[in-house]
Design a binder for this molecule. Sequence first.
Ligand code: NAD
Ligand code: TYD
Length: 342
Amino acid sequence: MTIIVTGGAGFIGSNFIFYMLKTHPDYRIICIDKLTYAGNLSTLKPVMDNPNFRFVKADICDREAIYKLFEEEKPDIVVNFAAESHVDRSIEDPEIFLRTNILGTQVLMDACRKYGITRYHQVSTDEVYGDLPLDRPDLFFTEDTPIHTSSPYSSSKAGADLLVMAYYRTYGLPVTISRCSNNYGPYHFPEKLIPLMIANALADKPLPVYGEGLNVRDWLYVEDHCRAIDMIIHNGRVGEVYNVGGHNEMRNIDIVKLICKELGKPESLIVHVEDRKGHDMRYAIDPTKIHNELGWLPETKFADGIKKTIKWYLENKEWWETIISGEYQQYYEKMYGNRAEV
Ligand code: NAD
Ligand code: TYD
């Protein structure tokens, strides 16, 4: 079995590669990654010498490079993680989101059609469903919830999902889609909420909470997401969407307070800053379908997962300190430098 994993130098893709090489030691995994600001080759160091692993630096939009690789490797399965993934960046500059997330998906699926595969899996997000109101805790996203996006990021992911379903219906490409809630865990890029707050708290820097911090996200430990994808690519029904989430809703402010507590830092570091434009209020997944059809359930409780994650950031300072000492400094200044306190 040969699997192409795109975006494998990023957060979830790298965790998926580790998971697959551990769980299926006879599989060959080929990682394609453009190594954008979010991709980090040092992340893949633990598997670089594994004879069943190959890294290829390429842009999923580069048709020639992608076709050449498919011709060489003749993959059975393609799992597409490669994406621009940060909502705040998409608000600043949407174009690259449309290019990578939609056109890149098209190139990969064209390659799948040309060379033949048994499964193309699209890693999507619950953000394609838009958001839910805070005063309706009885509502959850199901696979039938209409697509209703808020940000350029979620719109580009929704566009890709529609294209994936069109390739299924029009060309019969054997596709599946997973729509997962917010992940957390090792190798999470420091621009995102949890690692940003850990890094800032450790440096006694302000912890910038957007608005009141009442927005709710449904957090899932990254390895639980990886296991769900493994189940879907092997046993999921072709042409189907599977929601992935662990019923673990938390308000942003409570997460930040928890991080302060775990690190022994004062809550006085928290500053409430200007809200994100179009900020989604609440995400909440109903995972009944993947549970009933594939037997998936999350294994890591948030209380344990967040401790493990904080421990990982404490023990792997070199990984994230290298990142935040580079071009990230300019990013941080641009996004947070002039952000008014509220
Ligand atoms: P990430 O930003 O950490 O990693 C993205 C990776 O894709 C990076 O290694 C980057 O170099 C690579 N990449 C970007 N553009 C590329 C291109 N044109 N060609 C090849 N490689 C390219 O993202 P992540 O958080 O690991 O998310 C992975 C996928 O999971 C994304 O598709 C995202 O939409 C989806 N997702 C993420 C979450 C989450 O909580 N992080 C939740 C649900 C779904
Ligand atoms: P993020 O990690 O960017 O994920 P997403 O927007 O895809 O859910 O943000 C998670 C939540 O945290 C979101 O409601 C925005 C909020 N947030 C802050 O309050 N401050 C920050 O500095 C960041 C990065 C996010």
